[in-house]
Design a protein around this ligand. Sequence first.
Ligand code: COA
Ligand code: ZN
Length: 314
Amino acid sequence: MLFSKSPMRVSIQDVAVRDGFQSESVFVPTEDKIRLIDRLSRTGLAKIEVTSFVSPKAIPNLRDAEQVMRGITRAADVAYVCLVPNERGCERALACGVDEINLVMSIGERHNLANMRMSCEQSLEQFRRVMAMVRGTEVRVNGTIATAFGCPFDGDQAPSKILWAATHDLDMGMHSVTLADTTGMAAPRQVGELVQIFLRTFPEVPLTLHFHNTRGMGLANVIAAIEAGARSFDASLGGIGGCPFAPGATGNICTEDLVHMLESCGISTGVDLDRLLAIAKDLPHFLGHDVPGQVLKAGKRTDLHPHHTPLQLA
Ligand code: COA
Ligand code: ZN
């Protein structure tokens, strides 16, 4: 059970500089991205999604993917991940020595068309070619199944479709799978059911959950996923993020809020919350607006305020 006394460890990948920055109205300068990633590398995060090797016309904010990936100081205990949509992206990622490639396909056909300009079959064809390029290298490949908990165009997706996509991904040699809730449509019961089905079908496959907090269910979904056996999550510093090709998309679950919640439940993340909060504090300066993260504003639940005793009047 979730709140039993036995120790539990959850690993976290921060996706702020990819999922977060891709949809902002400003271009964060390359040096600032590099500094931010270098600071994140010293917080205890398991993974950082650094950038996307996509078309600079589609995602202009990440047009500096090569400079960022080559400019960062890599920590030995952090895996550096990059999103790749096609063979061209794979070529670029391999040239920069990434640790892991993240191949994304939406299971909602119409979101895949809007986002990747491909049908699911065409995406899978690109993935097969990417897998052929990666074969023989040390690079791991993760398959993200986007809109897994609902597509903004096609609605709920049957679990059998998710398993179909995962089977294709794994058969081509991908190492792990992420189920992504691209536009915050996931609800806790649905999450628990899908995670259980996935883990029953693929008990040996590392599974990550990627939630957006669009409808305020993000952290509740994490709890539901953990109860169903998940132990790995994506989250974004400050809670920024969102797919530019999905209507109404908003931020990911917030990394520092996630760490705060899990550690408050006695679930270990390995992440230094104070360091994370210090970095999150600088985000509004880069982005020119407030960020959704709540612990940053309220302080940790253990932070106490000075109490002023009312004056005793004579
Ligand atoms: N890296 C750099 N440039 C790329 C590229 C890549 N991985 N893939 C395609 N391009 C360039 C092509 O060279 C071409 O450039 P040109 O117009 O100067 O000739 C242009 O992009 C269009 O290429 P094409 O093959 O026709 O692709 P497309 O227009 O159908 O776009 C994608 C398909 C997926 C490459 C593009 O839409 C994309 O990168 N989308 C980003 C998706 C994303 O990151 N979404 C949010 C995260 S889930
Ligand atoms: Zn996302």
